[in-house]
Ligand binder design. Structure first.
Ligand code: ATP
Ligand code: MG
Length: 576
């Protein structure tokens, strides 16, 4: 083809209008569905259906933002439903944390449900299928059931119990329910097709016998519905119009449809999207539970965890996580997102909202020999150059200060623009100082820098000469000391799940994911409330820990560095 491409009708490509017009594939399907008679007079109804067997992680955040976001966009509603059909792994602690996390992300559900509330209805529907000759009680053991199921390439074979009469099935199912059979001895199965190419349709199990205590129904039930038998019907009961889930359920969709059709009940539409994977991150609840239980991290909300509660404690904002989910979009195919994208989102938000403060993480003392001994000046510091409305604060300046050890270099290269012997540097909001003498300890380490200051260079004054570097500092007499936790990635390899032979994801953990130091901070930080976020100038964004801080004794967590140091390190071939 030659010649210029024809310009498409409508808005300029890449313009805001074009972006607004672009719908993701789920939105496109939803808009098509609402043009059909089936959905006439209805509003979009979605649900977020977590299993309460762990804390929510960043992958769940994607699902939450998607389900609640769709409903918001189309003026519909979203339910929160606990998929609590598996009694042995579920706990109230998880139910509570999940609600807290969804709310913290900024969403509110229309109504709260538990799949266990539907146990009685599900039982009645099972009876209906038995009466219709579409379900039967099967006595095969779990191993035999697996064997009879066949494989992806070979068909299954009929269970010898498949031909039982509805009467016999009803009686046996009743006995299953009343506790006459031991665990695993019998199942109720849908009678579909043992030769179906989709393995999920080969007479799937609907109920299993399990004498287990349930966190809500107690000991009332000793048969529990399987996921496939519970999920679609729960959606149906709640009038869900679109059941949005992850791709691993794509092959279950025909079964979802079969149950709704054969029961003759409201039939929601299931649409699948690709689950979120992040580099340097494990996401399955089972593995996260292992990290907690084996003490590799302190808790579910350890700031290194990819859980929503971990990010919250680390200092992430709900806005940054919602923005991340928006930015990565939804896709039909698996991909892995660079964790740097998430870090970029929080960096971007904190740049706008976090006050800048002075904190010296690795202090070395500076004495200004020509500064009056008892003098204290109050400097004016800008809280946030990105936001004038937060104004200024006072910063004490005195004869003895701390600066960052790395801001001094004895044998400095020509391009080192910070402090060096005989060299000058500007102290932010202070004066230009000159290094006159270096005092060392017994082992040769620098213990003190004797400097002079130039009284004619106070910040704001006109100064004739140029000094290239500006460094941060705190006044020694006024500084407070506080523990600062420098968090780094929990895993060293990009895909921690891909462990070498004989190793597990645990072998890919970063031994230096946490370094705690004692830092010198400007006095205004003493009374920050837990959860407050600030930028330590030149050092990164930090948050006052909500668990370990006490009144007047803050503990700081590093949220994120100022720049993406990993990208740089990797470029140099240093990381991993
Ligand atoms: P995990 O495998 O991590 O334990 P799960 O899928 O078993 O997760 P559920 O509690 O069943 O966890 O998930 C609730 C909802 O969140 C489901 O709709 C599920 O598809 C979705 N979800 C779970 N993990 C992700 C992810 N990584 N990305 C997007 N959505 C996810
Ligand atoms: Mg699950």
């Amino acid at each position: 083809m030659t010649g210029a491409a024809e310009k498409p009708e409508g808005s300029e490509p890449g313009s805001d209008e074009a972006k607004a017009e672009r719908l993701n594939f789920i939105e496109q399907e939803i808009e098509k569905d609402f043009a059909l008679p089936k959905l006439e007079g209805k509003t979009l109804t979605t649900r977020f259906p977590p299993e309460p067997n762990g804390y929510l992680h960043i992958g769940h955040a994607k699902s939450i933002c998607l389900n609640f976001g769709l409903a918001q966009k189309y003026g519909g509603t979203t339910n929160l439903r606990f998929d609590d059909t598996n009694p042995s792994k579920e706990e109230q602690e998880y139910v509570d944390s999940i609600q807290e996390d969804v709310r913290w992300l900024g969403f509110d559900w229309n109504s709260l449900h538990f799949a266990s509330d539907y146990f009685a209805q599900l039982y009645d529907w099972a009876v209906q299928l038995i009466r219709d000759g579409k379900a039967y009680v099967c006595d095969l053991t779990p191993e035999e059931t697996r064997e009879y199921r066949g494989t992806l390439t070979s068909p299954g074979k009929d269970s010898p119990y498949r031909g039982r009469s509805p009467e016999e099935n009803l009686e046996l199912f009743e006995k299953m329910k009343s506790g006459e059979f031991p665990d695993g001895s019998r199942t109720l199965r849908a009678k579909i097709d043992m030769a179906a190419s989709n393995v999920n349709l080969r007479d799937p199990v609907m109920y299993r016998v399990l004498h287990a205590h349930h966190h809500r129904t107690g000991d009332k039930w000793c048969i529990y519905p399987m996921y496939d038998w519970a999920h679609g019907q729960s959606d149906s009961l709640e009038g869900i119009t679109h059941s949005v889930c992850t791709l691993e359920f794509e092959d279950h969709r025909p079964l979802y449809n079969w149950f709704c059709e054969n029961l003759g009940i409201w039939h929601p539409r299931q649409i699948e999207f690709a689950r979120l994977n992040l580099t340097y991150t494990v996401m399955s609840k089972r593995k996260l539970l292992q990290l907690v239980q084996e003490g590799h991290v302190d808790s579910w909300d350890d700031p290194r965890m990819p859980t929503i509660s971990g990010y919250r404690r680390r200092g992430y904002t709900p806005e940054s996580i919602r923005n991340f989910c928006e930015r990565i979009g939804v896709a039909k195919f698996y991909s892995t997102i660079d964790v740097g994208v998430l870090e970029g989102c929080i960096r971007e938000h904190l740049n706008k909202i976090a006050n800048r403060v002075m904190a010296v993480l690795d202090p070395v003392k500076v004495v200004l020999t020509n500064y009056p001994e008892d003098q204290v000046e109050i400097m004016e510091a800008t809280n946030n150059p990105e936001d004038e409305s937060v104004g200024k604060r006072e910063l004490p300046f005195s004869r003895e200060l701390y600066i960052e050890r790395s801001d001094f270099m004895e044998d400095a290269p020509r391009k080192f623009f910070r402090l060096k012997p005989g060299g000058e540097v500007r102290l932010r909001y202070g004066y230009i100082i000159k290094c006159e003498e270096v005092i060392k300890g017994d082992s040769g380490e620098v213990v003190e820098l004797r400097c002079t200051y130039d009284p004619e260079t106070r910040s704001g004054m006109e100064v004739a000469r140029k000094v290239k570097g500006t460094i941060h500092w705190v006044s020694a007499a006024h500084a407070i000391e506080a523990p600062v936790r420098l968090y780094d990635r929990l895993f060293l390899s990009e895909n921690p799940e891909l462990a070498e032979k004989g190793k597990t994801f645990l072998d890919n953990m970063n031994p230096d994911s946490l370094t705690t130091i004692q830092a010198k901070l400007e006095p205004s930080l003493k009374d920050l409330t837990p959860g407050s976020r600030v930028q330590f100038e030149r050092n990164g964004y930090f948050c006052v820990d909500t668990v370990d801080s006490k009144e007047g004794e803050p503990v700081f967590n590093r949220v994120v560095t100022l720049r993406d140091s990993w990208a740089k390190m990797q470029a140099k071939g240093k990381a991993n």
